[in-house]
Write a protein that binds this ligand. Structure first.
Ligand code: ZN
Length: 319
């Protein structure tokens, strides 16, 4: 009998740190499906607590993540910062909160329309179409929702009818940050195999597989470095291996212990692998969505200014 106590997927944590769920790597398996498989093998909360000891032992300082300057957001904001007043506003329709407002750049290069109906706002134009819906005490007129506020694409993405995922995209920079930070942490904590960071750079960070989300995640989740496994038999014999499969085959091919006196366990004694890869935050809001959020705030301000001018011209009477 062979029992896996620690496995190749154990984690980017010290191999002796504690028991992990039983690893099963199947070739051709995606990171997501691996994650599911791992979840089904998870312990109950009580079992987990019993294995891991007192809660104090679980407390770790929060992982430091290197901040990433949001270049895309800054670029979108800059576009509207200098007034962007060379536009023409056309009110195609306006009946209470039923509106169709169109803003055209005088150069004719870009156009944005705001279409509103109760609790709904459609922002559409050259940079894409986004449909927001929000039911609240003050959002029957959705212009109130964005009027005078700072653009908040991160929060607004949650109000999209098509869902937040519809405006997210793979961000290689974020993935690289996760990889670098985790490898650096292992080095800092003193348990990384010698040469880890150079290996990570060569095998992952410099790889063209990083250009595509799926191949990048696969590359990262399959990365292993300096692995060592020990097969230990209850009869007292043991052997070290540099691969899990070799450790797994040791009893069958070499030790050949049979019966109750030969229970073999496998422990990971050294090595580094990334854990929970499927849970890393490696997505960002796409540039067109950021742009349209800033454009919408700008457009409402332009509309309000035009209405104010109109009202003063008619002596304050609502038209
Ligand atoms: Zn034995």
């Amino acid at each position: 009998m062979t029992t896996a106590e620690h496995g190749p997927q154990s984690s980017a944590q010290h191999p002796e740190a504690g028991p992990s769920t039983e690893p099963q790597r199947l070739s051709g398996e995606s990171p997501e499906s691996h994650h599911e498989a791992a979840s089904t093998a998870a312990l109950t909360a009580e079992e987990g607590a019993a294995c891991l000891g007192q809660p104090e032992e679980l407390r770790k300082p929060p992982r430091q993540t290197t901040p990433i300057p949001d270049i895309d957001e800054a670029r979108a904001a800059a576009h509207f910062a200098d007034g962007a007043s060379t536009h023409k506003l056309t009110v195609h329709r306006e009946n209470g909160v039923f509106r169709h407002l169109e803003f055209t750049d005088l150069s004719g290069m870009s156009q944005i329309s705001l279409i509103t109906w109760p609790y709904n706002l459609l922002v559409t134009g050259s940079h894409g179409s986004y449909h927001f819906e929000r039911f609240g005490p003050d959002t029957e007129d959705m212009l109130n929702w964005i009027r005078g506020s700072r653009p908040n694409p991160n929060s607004w993405a949650g109000k999209l009818v098509n869902g937040r995922q519809s405006v997210e995209e793979y961000d290689r920079t974020r993935l690289e940050r996760e990889i670098r930070d985790r490898a650096a942490e292992a080095v800092q904590d003193g348990w990384a195999p010698v040469g880890l960071e150079a290996e990570v750079r060569e095998e992952i960070l410099d790889s063209h597989w990083m250009d595509d989300e799926q191949s990048a995640l696969r590359l990262v989740s399959e990365f292993e470095f300096g692995m060592n496994y020990r097969s230990e038999c209850s009869c007292g014999k043991s052997a070290d291996h540099d691969s899990y499969s070799s450790a797994d085959c040791w009893n069958l091919l070499t030790h050949k212990g049979k019966g109750d006196g030969h229970n073999v366990r496998i422990r990971q004694t050294e090595g580094f692998a990334f854990d929970d890869v499927a849970e890393w935050n490696i997505r960002k809001l796409d540039y067109h969505f950021l742009y349209q959020c800033h454009a919408a705030v700008w457009a409402v301000a332009q509309y309000d200014a035009a209405r104010a001018t109109e009202l003063s011209a008619t002596g304050g009477a609502a038209s």
